[in-house]
Ligand binder design. Structure first.
Ligand code: NI
Length: 257
């Protein structure tokens, strides 16, 4: 079975066929899915999906690109959502300097990133970190906030080996997805070669980041076997071994039986 650690099935792109698609997942070998919230509305819709499907879990948090949605009042609401029995993480949270260029916007991202890290610590949940073109600031913050004590995953890992080493030293998992199958993925291939199998988890970021040979189409967890093959080739192990080890890793990451 495959453990899909990061997908967004509440996205509009799935409105026409969401239930049909999700109903077929277990039969297709996708045993567990964590649906990751990005903004406040998707915290709600992620929890609704987790309530409807036994094999779906939810992460509750606000993505850095939507950090301007947060205030003290709805942060309190967010805290209440993290207590839901099917919420297994706070996420996705972090810094995204690719989309936000203004100094005040970036400062606001850093503020709510710290607040959500502390929320995870207080509620005893791991975090799902999103970090894009913000390697140094993300590392500075997670070190100050003692991420090693909180735990979690850096999703869609996009930095070089030197940065991977820092997160692995903190006990973090690295989320690996469709980007690994792209021609220009040299840096990520080095990271996968360097990272112990015990720290790799599978993810799609559906509907985005579709692996080759389906690149350009909408992504879903059904494409994860392509990522499994790419990892198996780099590691010199069988696809079955990749699926088994990453299943264990997913369960440990999200603290599921
Ligand atoms: Ni995502």
């Amino acid at each position: 079975m495959i453990f899909e650690t990061h997908a967004h099935y509440d996205d509009d792109w799935f409105d026409d066929d969401r239930d049909g698609l999700l109903s077929g997942m277990e039969e297709a070998g996708i045993g567990r899915i964590v649906n990751i919230a990005a903004d406040l509305a998707s915290v709600k819709s992620s929890i609704e999906l987790a309530e409807r499907y036994p094999f779906i879990y939810a992460a509750a948090g606000v993505h850095p690109s939507d950090a301007d949605q947060l205030n003290e009042e709805n942060f309190q609401w967010l805290r209440e959502q993290t207590k839901h029995p099917k919420v297994v993480a706070v996420g996705e949270i972090g810094l995204d300097y690719y989309w936000k260029k203004e100094p005040e916007e970036r400062e606001n991202q850093r503020y709510w990133f710290r607040r959500q890290l502390n929320l995870a610590r207080e509620e005893n949940l791991p975090v799902v970190i999103h970090s894009r073109e913000a390697a140094k600031d993300t590392l500075d913050i997670v070190k100050e906030e003692r991420l090693g004590e909180i735990g979690g995953v850096v999703h869609c890992f996009s930095y070089p080996v030197e940065i991977a080493r820092e997160y692995l030293n903190m006990g973090m998992y690295l989320g690996i997805g469709g980007v690994l199958t792209y021609k220009n993925a040299r840096t990520l291939k080095e990271v996968v070669a360097y990272t112990p199998m015990e720290r790799i988890v599978l993810e799609t970021d559906s509907p985005y980041l579709t692996p080759v040979p389906n690149r350009g189409k909408r992504n879903s967890s059904l494409n994860l076997p392509y990522v499994v093959s790419a990892i198996a080739e780099i590691k010199g192990i069988t696809p079955e071994e990749v699926m088994d080890i990453t299943w264990e890793n997913g369960c440990k990451l999200y603290r599921l039986e």
